[in-house]
Write a protein that binds this ligand. Structure first.
Ligand code: BF8
Ligand code: SF4
Length: 635
């Protein structure tokens, strides 16, 4: 039974223990929720006003309009674009937080932070068209922060957000401008979506979806700035060898799991933990303090510092069931509210840190950038105290961990390619795509969902695409899945890559000093770091003089669930990328919206959603798309 819920071997070990202890997990609650509401699954339930809820009969016998007169097309479109707005709000709020921190550093107000990558700061300034000649680092940082914050403040509807403008091909920008979907102000666009979906407002499904696309591009803007400014503050990722899965938790250490998304907190916790290691040893932990990551905070510290990843989304509760996590420190997004209850079954301190994200039953240590060091010290001290209460008889750490080579930002990918051609680093990549050694590129992104056996679709698809010589990039919980299943290793490349892909990966890896091939799947970071993959694609497209919708590039979220994934998937489509979903999007109650997203989008944008729940068939379909694109390019 366990194997149907998850293909992560740790789950098979820990689920029986959870059961024995009477702990309910995400999978138990999923089962208890069956059968799930069919109206909700189709997206035809409307709760936008209190005359409702209204639901449209998908079989045509019952009501075809809500009480106000909204039909299925309007209801579905409104529901899905509200999801996009929520996703965009999450990512861009994260981005704003980082931008404000950069501003604080520039003004000398935040002693806990510094600019760790000056070269990146200069590169970002150049990208945004900021003149840096003769300016010192704080002045450049201030100018970059100002230009970034304009994306939340600009009131000129015709002036695109700075980051979107700087991050796309010229042709793509023009195409999107012709559709009036380029955001001018992230906050305004999100507000517009909420406003136009009120009772009695926009009822035209096409107009609503176009508004949603604008919201998704605001999401993209927020992700670009979050990623790049985080690199400036915390360092740009470069390849590092680390490990993944619950076996990274150490029996003789104070284990602190950092969970959520925003690196502003986790970076300082990592630093302070280093300073407080001796205190942990004094408390009896002979291996000192061991930081492990969960979800995207985990990915952030993994790609920058090689901190091991304990779990992706669906395994977060199981980390606690090991009985060896002393503190779970959470910031924002994808934190199951159940963690405080499970933590309470053990000695674990579940610590919330953000004023706008609290969980009943958790300890709240408010985190502010101004007092970051002090806050982090309190958090680490709480973990050490909790460690003293740990019951060694209840510790069950699964003996599973896989090596993972991670940290492939744009700079390190280009750097590795530069070892083959210093003058023109992209040339070896382009040559190998053109000659067919690499058939295409696939970006795997997105979550885990209880609708799919955990990690299974990621792994099945990746093995098939690898055998067919597709170069693979990954972010978010997808990256976590690959890391846990050993697909971010050189051995995986030797085992699963088709011959020509293997030869290319070996040539690049060897020349870049990795002593063998690049790992089979390149870990680019957290969900906001999807913007890194776009940067590579834009550079390739610019060099070839084509637009993104001509490249043999596909994206896949085989186990998507979050509203953030809805936003990401939609901008991916808007950028011209065929985007696979392996879970059923809640839009199929409207034939019109479904057609818009899966077919009309292709004419309007070049990208479109491709829904296929079977991972084997999904891989076949993506391979077909890649071949179709190759044909279009005449290669
Ligand atoms: O931002 S992949 S489950 S953790 S939403 Fe969440 Fe989905 Fe994971 Fe990261 Ni992204
Ligand atoms: Fe019903 Fe219309 Fe209100 Fe929605 S907005 S709940 S369809 S009356």
């Amino acid at each position: 039974m366990t194997m149907k819920l998850s293909t992560d071997p740790s789950a098979a070990t820990l689920l029986p223990i959870a059961k024995k202890e009477g702990i309910s997990t995400v999978w138990d609650r999923h089962r208890a929720m069956q059968p799930q509401c069919g109206f909700g699954q189709l997206g035809v339930c409307c709760r936008i006003c209190w005359k409702g809820p209204c639901r449209i009969d998908p079989f045509g016998d019952g009501p075809q309009r809500g009480i106000c007169g909204a039909d299925a097309d309007t209801i579905v479109a409104r529901n899905v674009i509200r999801m996009i707005a929520a996703g965009a709000a999450g990512h861009s709020e994260h981005g704003r937080h980082v931008a404000l921190a950069l501003q604080g550093v520039a003004e000398g107000r935040l002693p806990a932070y510094q600019i760790r990558d000056e070269a990146k700061l200069r590169a970002v300034a150049a990208k945004l068209g900021i003149c840096t000649e003769g300016e010192d680092i704080p002045a450049i940082a201030a100018a970059v922060a100002k230009a970034t914050l304009e994306d939340f403040q600009n009131q000129d509807h015709d002036a695109p957000c700075n980051w979107v403008e700087a991050s796309l091909t010229k042709k793509r920008l023009e195409r999107l401008q012709a559709l009036h979907v380029v955001p001018h102000n992230i906050d305004a666009v999100i507000t517009q979506i909420m406003g136009r979906t009120l009772v009695g407002c926009d009822a035209d499904p096409v107009n609503l979806i176009l508004g949603g696309i604008k919201g998704a591009l605001a999401d993209f803007d927020g992700m670009c700035l979050a990623t790049e400014l985080s690199d400036v503050l915390f360092g740009t990722p470069s390849p590092v060898v680390t490990a993944a899965n619950l076996g990274v938790i150490k029996p003789d250490a104070v284990n602190i799991a950092v969970h959520g998304h925003n690196p502003l907190l986790s970076e300082v916790v990592c630093e302070v933990a280093g300073q407080m290691d001796e205190e942990a040893r004094k408390a009896g932990a002979k291996d000192g303090i061991n930081i492990v990551g969960i979800c995207c905070t985990g990915n952030e510290v993994m790609v920058r510092h090689g901190i091991p990843l304990a779990a992706n989304y669906l395994s977060q509760e199981l980390a606690l069931v090991t009985g060896a996590v002393d503190a779970m420190v959470v910031d924002v997004q994808c934190i199951m509210p159940s963690v405080s209850e499970i933590g309470a079954c053990f000695h674990t301190a579940v610590i919330t840190t953000m004023a706008e994200n609290k969980i009943p039953g958790a300890t709240h240590v408010e985190f502010r950038e101004e007092t970051a060091l002090e806050n982090a010290r309190r958090i680490v001290a709480t973990a050490i105290e909790a460690y003293k209460r740990r019951d060694p008889r209840r510790v069950n750490i699964p003996d599973f961990k896989q090596t993972a080579i991670v940290g492939f930002g744009v700079e390190s990918v280009v750097g590795a390619l530069a070892t083959l051609n210093a003058e023109d680093p992209l040339q070896p990549l382009i040559e190998n795509i053109a000659n067919g050694n690499i058939r295409g590129i696939a970006l795997f992104a997105g979550c885990n969902s209880t609708q799919v056996a955990q990690d299974s679709s990621f792994v099945t698809m990746a093995k098939k695409l690898a055998a067919n010589n597709v170069l693979m990039l990954a972010t978010g919980c997808g990256a976590g899945a690959f890391a846990k299943h050993g697909l971010m290793t050189q051995e995986a490349t030797l085992e699963y890559a088709g011959d020509s892909l293997k030869a290319v990966m070996t040539a690049i890896g060897t020349s870049a000093g990795l002593n063998g091939p690049l790992p089979l799947v390149l870990h680019m970071g957290s969900c906001v770091d999807n913007s890194r993959a776009v940067q590579v694609a834009v550079a390739v497209a610019d060099k070839l003089g084509v637009d993104l919708d001509q490249l043999p590039l596909v994206a896949s979220a085989p186990e998507a669930m979050s509203e953030k994934a809805v936003a990401i998937g939609t901008w991916s489509v808007a950028l011209g990328i065929p985007t696979h979903l392996g879970t059923m999007p809640q839009v199929t109650g409207s034939a019109k919206v479904t057609e818009l997203l899966t077919q009309t989008a292709k004419d309007l944008l070049g990208g479109y959603f491709l829904v296929e729940l079977d991972p084997n068939l999904a891989a076949d379909k993506l391979l077909e798309v890649i071949e179709e694109r190759r044909k279009g390019l005449g290669i």
